[in-house]
Design a protein around this ligand. Sequence first.
Ligand SMILES: Nc1ncnc2c1ncn2[C@@H]1O[C@H](COP(=O)(O)OP(=O)(O)OP(=O)(O)O)[C@@H](O)[C@H]1O
Ligand SMILES: [Mg+2]
Length: 231
Amino acid sequence: MDNILIKAEKINKIYRLPAEEIKAVQDLDLQIRSGEFIAIMGPSGSGKTTLLDILGCLDSISNGRLEVLGKDVSRLKEHSLVALRRKNIGFVFQDFLLIPTLTALENVELPLLFSRMPCERERSISLLKKLGLAQRINHLPKEMSGGERQRVAIARALVTNPKILFADEPTGNLDTKSGEQIFRILKELNQKENLTVVLTTHNSKFGSQAKRIVYLKDGRIVCREDSCLYA
Ligand SMILES: Nc1ncnc2c1ncn2[C@@H]1O[C@H](COP(=O)(O)OP(=O)(O)OP(=O)(O)O)[C@@H](O)[C@H]1O
Ligand SMILES: [Mg+2]
């Protein structure tokens, strides 16, 4: 098998509202290879989140063809799609989305429960330690800072050992220092562990450190250079 993890061909996403049709993603072609670190950039409303959700199998396309890990996702039944996502894909969101009543450790273990994977507590604990959270393992989200919460969310996304990590504005709700720390962690996971990372960001300082930038405007890719100039 070649090392292409995701192949999108002429994909479209159209939101049909009562008064209008919104073309959030338009005729978009994209291939993502194993080991890439891609930043999706572009103005607000340009389709970054929609594209990320589609590539991560959280949302469906209106038409076109999308292959994820060799599977044509439009042909998959819901349960197969869920299994593909749970086994292979990790997600990190801007607002962390931790369960407020669960501790850091319990939040990290949750995907193992859903995926019916063995709950190896040591693995979850060592992930939290690796992310600098040894002192926060039994803390609730409200007892942690934003940067700490996002590190718990990263541990949660990694606990199933995914092939791809998607992160939608992972630093968007953080102060500069915590944002830099989160970005550095994602970069290290890519460089040291060869984890494929695809993130969206408004921050050109972070974007420019990605191996590849995909710049969107009105749902279309307007620039896909290794480094490109953007507004
Ligand atoms: N569920 C939805 N129903 C209808 N329209 C939607 C929906 N989700 C997104 N849109 C529209 O699709 C377009 C792309 O939205 P999207 O959230 O992908 O943009 P974005 O680039 O992530 O923006 P931001 O930088 O503000 O996060 C926008 O015009 C948005 O209003
Ligand atoms: Mg968005």
